[in-house]
Design a protein around this ligand. Structure first.
Ligand code: ADP
Length: 702
C-alpha cells in the first residue's frame, strides 16, 4: 500500500464513522440526516476509488467492478451536498427546494444513463501512476457544470446564512464550515496543479476528509446538548506538528520535483527545524486554536468570573438577582428568564424576578413532580427530556405538566444543601438556537453560587432579627433587675436604720445578748445592701449609663486604714492576717475615693473568702508613671490561667456548681473592673493555682 492508498482508506473509514456518528446523535434532526446522506455518498465514492487503486496492473475486469460504487457516490455528491446546505441553513425558499429536487433528478439521470451506456460519465479505466483510474466519458463536462453550479451556489447560501445569524455560537458553527472549506480547497489545489503539469500527488481526498471533519464538528457542537466534543489545544498542536512532519518526511511524495531532499539526513534536519519553529510560535497557534474552537467557552468563562464576583459582593437580593439575570440574558438570549424563589410559607415557587416575555404569575407548588425531580437529580432539565429520557418513566406526565405550568424550556435548580431554594426558569432561545453544553455548565455554576449567597443573606437577616429580639429581652431583664433592686433597697435602708436606733438604745436599754443579735442582723443587712448595690450597678452598666465620678482629694493611706479596719473582724475570725504595704509615701491624688474604696473592698472580700486560715493578705499601692498602682495579694487557692480572663465576666465563678464552697454572685469583679475603667484605669490578675493571687489595678493621677 502506498501513501495515496493509505490516505484514501483513512478518508473512507473516517467518513463512514462520521456518517454513523452524527446520525446516531440525533436521528430526528434534519441536519444530521442530510449530513449522513452526504457523508455516505462520499464514503461510497472513496470506497470505489480505494478499491480501484488496489487492483494490480492487468486485472482490468476487476477494476471495472469497482467503478459502479465509485460512480454511485460521485453522481450524488453535488445534490446531497446542496441538500445538506439547505438543511443546515434551514432554508425554506421554494426556489432552492426545487433546485435541490432537480439536482437529485440530475444525479439519478447521470447514474442511469451511465449504467445504460447512453451518456456515460466513466467510460473506461486505465492504469496510470501505478494504479487504475477512471477515464471520463462525454457526459463528464456536463457533470462538471452541474458540480460547478451547485458547489458555489451552496457556498453562497451558507455565506448568506452566516451573515444573518447573531448568536456567537451559530457564528462559530459557520466558522467551522468555512475553515474546513478553505483547508480542503488548499488540498484540492494539488489536484488542479497536477492537471496543469506539475508532478504532485493528488491530495484532494484528504481535503474532503478535513472538510467533513469540520462539518461534523459544526453539527455536533450545534447540538452540543447531545454531545460535547473537546479538542484540546495541545492535541491540535500535536496533530499539526505530526502532520507537517509526515509530509516532510515523505518529502518526495508531496513536492515530487519542486523540492528534492534526497538524503534522509536532510529530511530529519528539516523536521527538527520545523518542530523547533513550531515550538516558537506554539503559543500563537494555541491562541489561534483557542479563538477558533473555544470562543464560546472563553467568553462564558470570563462572564462567569464577572458574575460570580458580583454574587460574592452582593447582599441585597433585589439588586443582585436581577443583575445576574440580565447578564445571563445578554449571553444566552433566552426569550425570558426568571428566578423562581421559594415563598416564605414554603408552599410554592413563584417568579420573584423576571426578565423578558415570561409569565409573571407563574407558580409551581412545592410538591410538584418537577420540583421533586429537580431535588432528586440536582441538575438542569429540558422540556423535551421527559419524552426522550427513559428515566422519566412514570413521572413523564407530571414533569411535563410542571414545564407547562411555568412555560419553561430549561430549568436549572438553585440548591442549597438538600433544599431547593429556587429555580432558574429559561424560555426558548431567541431564534432557533439550542442551549449548549458550555452554557448549561455556566448556568449551573451561577445557580450554585447564587443559591449559597441567597441562603447566606437569609441567614444574616434571620440573625439580625433574632439579635434584635435578644437585645430586647436583655433590656427587659435589666429593667426588671433595676426595679427589683430599687424595691429591695428602700425597705433594707429602713431596716438598717431601725436596727441602728435600737443599738443606740433610743428605745430604751438593751441587754448584751440583744446587742449581739442586733449586730448579726446589721452585718447581714450590710451584706445584703452591698449585693443589691452590685445588682444595681450591673443593670445600670447594661443600660449603658456611665458612672458619674465624685472627684476629691484622695489620701491613700487613710483609705487603706479604714478598709483594713472594716475587714479586721472577719479576717481575725478566719485566722488571716492583713498587712498594708506602702513602700514609698504617695502624695494625695485627685480621684473618686468612694469608688476606689469600693474596688478595694471587693478585692479584699474575695481575698478573705478564697484564702484558708493562716494566710496573709497584703494591700498596697505605689506610684507608676502617671498612675497609681493598687494591689491586693493573697496566699489563697489561686486561679487557673484559663480562668484568669473570664473571672471579670458577668456572673462568672470558677466553681459554679450547686455544691460550691464559697458564696457570692459572680458580680464583684465585673463591677470592680467597670469602676476601674470608668476612672480611666486598668485591672488584671496574676495568679498561680494553690499559691495565691494578686489583683492589680491602676488609677490615673492626672
Ligand atoms: P464572687 O461573688 O463569686 O466572688 P467575683 O466576680 O468577685 O464573684 O469573682 C469571680 C470568681 O473569681 C470567684 O467566684 C472566684 O472563683 C474567682 N476569684 C476572685 N478572686 C479570687 C481570689 N482572690 N482567689 C481565688 N479566686 C478568686
Amino acid at each position: 500500500m502506498n501513501l495515496y492508498q493509505i490516505s484514501l482508506a483513512l478518508v473512507v473509514l473516517f467518513n463512514f464513522f462520521l456518517a454513523i456518528f452524527v446520525l446516531s446523535r440525533n436521528v430526528k434532526a434534519r441536519v444530521n440526516r442530510a449530513f449522513c446522506l452526504y457523508s455516505s455518498f462520499l464514503t461510497a465514492w472513496g470506497t470505489g476509488m480505494l478499491a480501484l487503486s488496489l487492483v494490480p496492473e492487468g486485472q482490468k475486469e476487476i477494476a471495472l467492478w469497482c467503478v459502479p460504487i465509485l460512480h454511485l457516490g460521485l453522481v450524488f455528491l453535488p445534490s446531497s451536498f446542496f441538500h445538506f446546505v439547505l438543511a443546515i441553513t434551514k432554508d425554506e425558499n421554494k426556489f432552492n427546494r426545487r433546485v435541490c429536487r432537480l439536482a437529485y433528478l440530475f444525479s439519478v439521470f447521470f447514474l442511469i444513463s451511465d449504467r445504460l451506456g447512453l451518456f456515460v460519465l466513466t467510460s473506461d479505466v486505465t492504469f496510470v501512476f501505478g494504479s487504475y483510474r477512471i477515464v471520463r466519458g462525454p457526459s463528464a463536462p456536463f457533470f462538471n457544470l452541474f458540480f460547478l453550479f451547485l458547489g458555489p451556489y451552496g457556498t453562497y447560501l451558507l455565506y448568506r446564512a452566516s451573515q444573518a445569524v447573531t448568536s456567537p455560537l451559530e457564528k462559530n458553527r459557520y466558522k467551522y464550515l468555512f475553515s474546513g472549506m478553505v483547508v480542503s480547497l488548499f488540498f484540492a489545489m494539488t489536484n488542479i496543479v497536477r492537471v496543469m503539469g506539475v508532478k504532485v500527488s493528488p491530495l484532494g481526498h484528504i481535503g474532503i476528509l478535513f472538510l467533513n471533519f469540520m462539518t461534523a464538528l459544526a453539527i455536533v457542537r450545534y447540538r452540543l446538548m447531545d454531545i460535547n466534543i473537546i479538542i484540546r489545544p495541545g492535541l491540535v498542536y500535536t496533530t499539526l506538528t505530526a502532520f507537517v512532519t509526515t509530509l516532510w518526511l515523505s518529502g518526495g511524495f508531496f513536492f515530487e520535483t519542486l523540492l528534492d531532499f534526497q538524503t534522509l539526513f536532510a529530511r530529519i534536519m528539516t523536521i527538527i527545524i520545523i518542530v523547533f519553529l513550531f515550538n516558537i510560535i506554539r503559543e500563537r497557534i494555541q491562541l489561534m486554536v483557542d479563538k477558533i474552537f473555544y470562543r464560546e467557552k472563553y467568553e462564558l468563562f470570563h462572564l462567569q468570573e464577572k458574575v460570580t464576583s458580583e454574587i460574592a459582593a452582593g447582599y441585597d437580593p433585589d439588586i443582585l438577582v436581577p443583575s445576574v439575570l440580565k447578564e445571563i440574558e445578554a449571553a444566552l438570549h433566552p426569550r425570558f428568564i426568571s428566578a423562581m424563589l421559594l415563598s416564605s410559607d414554603r408552599r410554592c415557587y413563584f417568579a420573584r424576578y423576571l426578565i423578558g416575555e415570561g409569565e409573571k404569575q407563574a407558580i409551581l407548588p412545592a410538591d410538584d413532580p418537577l420540583v421533586k425531580w429537580l431535588v432528586r437529580e440536582k441538575r438542569e432539565i429540558f422540556s423535551e427530556e421527559p419524552e426522550e429520557n427513559p428515566e422519566f418513566n412514570g413521572f413523564r406526565k407530571g414533569v411535563k405538566e410542571g414545564f407547562e405550568k411555568i412555560m419553561a424550556k430549561l430549568v436549572v435548580p438553585l440548591i442549597y444543601g438538600y433544599e431547593l431554594t429556587g429555580i432558574f426558569n429559561l424560555g426558548k432561545k431567541k431564534g432557533e438556537g439550542y442551549y449548549t453544553y458550555n452554557e448549561i455548565a455556566f448556568l449551573n455554576t451561577i445557580a450554585k453560587e447564587l443559591a449559597l449567597t441567597l441562603e447566606n443573606t437569609r441567614l444574616y437577616a434571620d440573625l439580625k432579627e433574632r439579635t434584635a429580639e435578644l437585645e430586647k429581652a436583655n433590656a427587659a431583664k435589666s429593667d426588671f433587675l433595676n426595679v427589683v433592686s430599687h424595691e429591695l433597697k428602700t425597705p433594707l435602708t429602713v431596716i438598717l436604720s431601725q436596727v441602728g436606733l435600737f443599738k443606740q438604745e433610743v428605745f430604751g436599754k438593751i441587754s448584751e445578748k440583744q446587742t449581739e443579735s442586733l449586730k448579726k442582723i446589721e452585718d447581714k443587712g450590710f451584706k445584703l445592701r452591698s449585693l443589691v448595690a452590685d445588682i444595681l450597678n450591673m443593670s445600670r452598666l447594661e443600660s449603658g449609663k456611665v458612672y458619674d465620678l465624685k472627684i476629691k482629694e484622695v489620701r491613700i493611706e487613710r483609705i487603706f486604714e479604714e478598709i483594713v479596719e472594716s475587714f479586721k473582724l472577719l479576717a481575725d475570725n478566719r485566722g488571716i492576717k492583713i498587712e498594708i504595704d506602702l513602700s514609698s509615701e504617695i502624695p494625695p491624688i485627685l480621684s473618686d475615693p468612694g469608688k476606689i474604696k469600693n474596688i478595694l473592698s471587693k478585692l479584699l472580700d474575695n481575698a478573705v473568702k478564697f484564702t484558708p486560715s493562716g494566710g496573709i493578705i497584703i494591700i498596697g499601692a505605689k506610684e507608676a508613671d502617671k498612675d497609681v498602682e493598687f494591689f491586693v495579694s493573697d496566699t489563697g487557692i489561686g486561679i487557673r490561667e484559663e480562668d484568669q480572663k473570664r473571672i471579670f465576666e458577668r456572673f462568672f465563678q470558677v466553681d459554679a456548681s450547686s455544691t460550691r464552697k464559697y458564696g457570692g454572685t459572680g458580680l464583684g469583679l465585673t463591677v470592680a473592673s467597670e469602676l476601674v475603667k470608668a476612672m480611666g484605669g486598668k485591672i488584671w490578675v496574676e495568679s498561680r493555682l494553690r499559691e495565691g493571687s494578686k489583683f492589680i489595678f491602676t488609677i490615673p493621677t492626672k
